[in-house]
Design a protein. Structure first.
Length: 207
């Protein structure tokens, strides 16, 4: 998993509340188990018309927001079903951070497991960042995970809270597999002891 430390980038404003996971990635794109290639389907029903042509009015189809790395959204972002494809699609598009007043719990947890930082800020702060994001490519927002701050293009700083363990995992680029592999010496040692004590578990034969 990619590490997350400090990000300065274009932020796309999405002033919608209750954006559910089906809006983020519709069900017809859930057949794949690959994490790549889903960026094209992100917000599919809003980004494209019935013929599959890009909707020129949708924010992520407009420059400079086609290159957005930060999404500023309304409350209860990521509600609905628990599909992990939602953070996969955001990450594949290029979004590394979502800022909102609140998130659905499962989506919030899935973000950390996929290298995306979900930042919870008060509605007033999100409103200011939403306005800032609407200014375009010259109004870049900075997200500093070590300092737990978000800075607007005007230099206004907002502090956010984050669980220390989740912060550590993002800073080190550790997903569940990475966390397990940190204990690989202990796992190998245990397996060697088990092979000596219970060899039948390893050779398939009865004791």
């Amino acid at each position: 998993m990619d590490k997350f430390t400090t990000l300065t980038g274009i932020a796309a404003p999405l002033p919608l509340v209750n954006v559910d996971t089906d809006m983020i990635i519709p069900k017809q794109f859930l057949k794949t188990i690959k994490r790549s290639g889903l960026g094209k389907a992100l917000f599919y029903e809003m980004r494209y018309d019935e013929n599959g042509n890009p909707n020129p009015d949708f924010i992520l189809n407009r420059e400079p927001w086609t290159r957005a790395e930060i999404l500023v959204a309304g409350e209860n972002f990521g509600c609905g079903s628990s599909r992990e494809h939602a953070p996969w699609a955001l990450k594949d598009f290029g979004i590394r951070c979502v800022i909102a007043p609140s998130f659905a719990d499962i989506f919030y947890n899935n973000c950390f497991k996929n290298g995306i930082l979900p930042v919870v800020l008060p509605e007033e702060a999100v409103g200011k960042l939403m306005e800032d994001a609407g200014k375009g490519g010259n109004a870049r927002i900075t997200v500093d995970l070590p300092q737990q701050t978000v800075s607007s293009s005007e230099g206004e700083v907002f502090r956010f809270e984050i669980d220390p363990f989740r912060k550590h995992c993002l800073l080190e680029g550790l997903d569940d597999i990475g966390l397990t592999l940190q204990k690989i010496r202990h796992i190998d040692s245990y397996e060697e002891r088990q092979k000596g004590a219970m060899p039948w578990l390893w050779n398939g034969s009865a004791a």
